[in-house]
Design a protein around this ligand. Structure first.
Ligand code: AMP
Length: 231
């Protein structure tokens, strides 16, 4: 199963992605996480990427595509994968389509996580992240058991440098200008499944569980994904 998670920053792609991984048993590839890990290790590519993401801007297509291509060649992707944060531009989507065709594969579905603008700002400004295992929390909606500490690995939580008001504004603009056109792109290919992602994480997951089954993930899976498709 090859699944793409679409949606603005703060829509919950990462949170829902972790649940999808558990249910479907395929890896989640988050380009944002790859960049943060590379920057933390001091790699020149990571530091170059940071000069863009720290300001909320998208990293150039050529940089992202090379990384994704390399990651998809790993054997853990043989049984499928979930893309979180890629593609983010029409150019990236075109390249992905070609890349997959060369591998004899194709996307099974694209989940669009739709969230009201006010809700996005509240989520992003209160988000706290574990720099070690990438688990995410929210200061009020989903706090950790011990204040400031990750429930999973005990590391001190941080606020992402791009979760600041200035950066959030730029990221939402980048999404509207460069990523939102992908909604039409994938709707035209009958791949788009729209999700109301304003609620609580459990409710949101339940709302698209049946779509996952239809995409071939989980019990009673059928190969046809028709219900909920945006045409
Ligand atoms: P994310 O963790 O998905 O919110 O990504 C964090 C930042 O990494 C984004 O704001 C971008 O600067 C950069 N980034 C991640 N994925 C991509 C992508 N597919 N294309 C361009 N930039 C990306």
């Amino acid at each position: 199963m090859i699944l793409v998670l679409l949606g603005p920053p703060g829509a919950g792609k990462g949170t829902q992605g972790v649940r999808i991984v558990k249910r479907c048993g395929v890896p989640k590839i988050s380009t944002g996480e790859i960049f943060r890990d590379l920057a933390a290790s001091g790699s020149p590519l990571g530091l170059e990427a940071r000069s863009y993401w720290a300001q909320g801007q998208l990293v150039p297509d050529a940089v992202v595509v090379g990384l994704v291509k390399e990651r998809l060649s790993h054997s853990d992707c043989d049984g499928g994968f979930i893309l979180d944060g890629f593609p983010r531009t029409v150019t990236q989507a075109d390249i992905l389509e070609t890349m997959l065709a060369e591998m004899g594969r194709k996307i099974d579905g694209v989940l669009d996580f739709a969230v009201d603008a006010d809700n996005l700002v509240i989520r992003l400004s209160g988000r706290r992240t574990c720099p070690n295992c990438s688990a995410t929390y929210h200061v009020t909606a989903q706090p950790p058991s011990i204040d400031g500490k990750c429930d999973h690995c005990g590391s001190m939580l941080i606020q992402r440098t791009d979760d600041t008001p200035d950066s959030i504004r730029v990221r939402l603009r980048e999404y509207a200008n460069k990523t939102a056109p992908l909604l039409t792109y994938y709707a035209d290919r009958n791949l788009l499944y729209r999700i109301d992602a304003n609620g609580a994480p459990d409710e949101i997951f339940e709302s698209f569980e049946s779509a996952l089954t239809k995409m071939g993930c989980g019990p009673n899976a059928s190969t046809e994904l028709s219900a909920g498709l945006v045409r």
